[in-house]
Design a protein around this ligand. Sequence first.
Ligand SMILES: Nc1nc(=O)c2c([nH]1)NC[C@@H]1CN(c3ccc(C(=O)N[C@@H](CCC(=O)O)C(=O)O)cc3)C=[N+]21
Length: 295
Amino acid sequence: VVSGRELARQIHKEVQSDTAKLVAQGNRPHLSVILVGDDHASHTYMRNKARAASLLGMSSSTIFRPSSVSQEEMLELIDKFNRDRSISGLLVQLPLPEHFSERAICNAVAPEKDVDGFHIVNIGKLCLDQRCMVPATAAAVWEIIRRTGIETVGKNVLVVGHSKNVGMPIAMLLHSDRNHERPGGDATVVMAHRCTPLPRLKELASLADIVIAAAGVPHLITADILKEGAAVIDVGINRLQDPVTGKLRLVGDVDFEAVKEKAGFISPVPGGVGPMAVAMVMKNTVTAAKNAPTY
Ligand SMILES: Nc1nc(=O)c2c([nH]1)NC[C@@H]1CN(c3ccc(C(=O)N[C@@H](CCC(=O)O)C(=O)O)cc3)C=[N+]21
């Protein structure tokens, strides 16, 4: 069982020492988070990021807006933050209310401050294997694989789920060329998604050396469909009511108890990709601060 919390602590140490150097140069990294509405999960994630920032010696601020805020007002706010030299990294927590174009909002954030890596220029660079801000959740999966010593070159990887913010960037990192400006995993990547027939999913899973579950379907990945010794990274976040206690419980897309007996590596939920994703936002914020103009 791969501990995302433990790996996140490693990254925190690295980020903390980089932060200290920047602070000594009078350039304390600052993360600004814009949070729209009162989605409970979004507030939890935002608090996790704010806590991590202060733990690592960065400063952070969260700007709350009601769900009635207009796209126009949001664009003005983002523009103001883009021009504010005291802000190193800026992210708008997603999802946004229905009346927003998330694409327009993501594209409004200055690419060099875009610690989410969701600006179209950063996505383009990601696809071209150029150095860029890598979306935190995908970077989290990448670092879990790297730091656990899981081999990717020539391996079969199955990414389950093709969301633009998670499945796509993960597949991009893992299939691309390791000898480029942004090194990739050189794996044979296959993506399955909601249109993949179940028998086909099973067939693909049985061939996979690494399975990345990012579909948002609890218990989708069961032990019977996996190859013995496969590495399983669970990116799912599902809140289920516990039949016994009645409380909401966080579960991933993987049937953890059964799969951990068959898998070579497995990342749990909670305590796997989640804490690593927070750590990667912090790392991106330090990168943004390093690259910021100092004149
Ligand atoms: N603009 C934007 N950027 C994001 O990076 C972004 C987003 N929007 N929207 C939602 C997703 C999801 N996400 C998580 C962050 C932390 C945990 C995390 O800390 N998880 C803990 C548990 C947290 C809990 O108990 O709910 C864990 O897995 O151990 C999970 C998920 C960031 N996202």
